[in-house]
Design a protein around this ligand. Structure first.
Ligand SMILES: C[S@@+](CC[C@H](N)C(=O)[O-])C[C@H]1O[C@@H](n2cnc3c(N)ncnc32)[C@H](O)[C@@H]1O
Length: 252
């Protein structure tokens, strides 16, 4: 039976890769690398295989161009489902042609595979179709949320408290969740925190966490929002892409 691994590789620093991850890398015959356009991200995955895969371990790398996702579509959920289905079509063809019956393959997933990543869902969709069989396991990774809290040296939750993880889109649509005190925001292309300047909040913001371009800013939201927006815009223009995450916290 073909074996697949979904390996969390951490959020940008090659040293985020765990010992479990390194062992899994060294049991893999074919690495499937998803090409999403940002070359730095593909480069990190290459660096990880170059750094941790033993020189005498024979392996192949198969790069997959990601199908285009319609980001303008009004119905977000339907657009994501359509994109996943097209990924499943493409991946099942590639897996069938690139992976021998007795071989193992791996997907190197940014951060942790359980957090805003569709690899597990796409593999489940392929299995549900019943046309291509394999077994798979998931190796956890350091998520950008944990890279963020570590770099700011803050706990994610407060004593006995709950934490909500959400997206920029939801924050913009619904505002700061009424029941929450601590909210992590990911996938925010529009600095949605600028809509909350009327609220008493603290922000811990990080971009390119774990990389040499890392930027960290924290403070009362009202005081630092403009600086974050400015630095974010400049960095994005300079590099051509940005990944940022932040924790919003009501004062205790
Ligand atoms: C598609 S999600 C993938 C999350 C990933 N699975 C994880 O565990 O962090 C991409 C989002 O993660 C966040 N992110 C990932 N890597 C990051 C980094 N190095 N610095 C800041 N934010 C990051 C950003 O919010 C970005 O929009």
């Amino acid at each position: 039976m073909r074996q697949l691994r979904v390996i969390g590789i951490g959020a940008g620093d090659p040293e985020h890769v765990t010992i479990q991850g390194i062992r899994a890398l060294n049991r893999t015959d074919v690495f499937f690398v998803i090409e999403k356009g940002a070359q730095d991200l593909v480069a990190l995955r290459r660096e990880i295989t170059a750094r941790y895969v033993e020189p005498n371990h024979r392996h192949r790398v198969c790069e997959i161009s990601d199908p285009r996702r319609d980001r303008e579509a009004g119905a977000y959920r339907e657009a994501v489902e359509d994109w996943r289905a097209r990924r499943a079509d493409l991946w099942s063809l590639l897996l069938a042609s690139e992976l021998g019956e007795q071989e193992s393959g791996a997907f190197l997933v940014w951060g942790d595979p359980s957090l805003y990543d569709s690899t597990i869902a796409v593999l489940e969709e392929i299995l549900a179709r019943g046309t291509f069989a394999f077994e798979y396991e998931v190796i956890p990774g350091i998520s950008s949320v944990h890279a963020l809290t570590a770099r700011h040296r803050v706990p994610l939750n407060r004593v006995g408290g709950a934490v909500q993880i959400t997206t920029g889109r939801r924050l913009a649509q619904y505002g700061f969740p009424a029941e929450a005190d601590d909210v992590v925001v990911m996938l925010d292309a529009n600095c949605s925190f600028t809509r909350l300047l009327g609220e008493e909040l603290e922000i811990f913001w990080g971009a390119y966490l774990g990389t040499e371009d890392e930027i960290l800013i924290s403070g009362p939201l009202r005081d630092v929002a403009e600086e974050i927006e400015q630095r974010r815009g400049d960095a994005r223009r300079q590099k051509g892409w940005i990944m940022d995450t932040y924790l919003l916290r009501r004062p205790s």
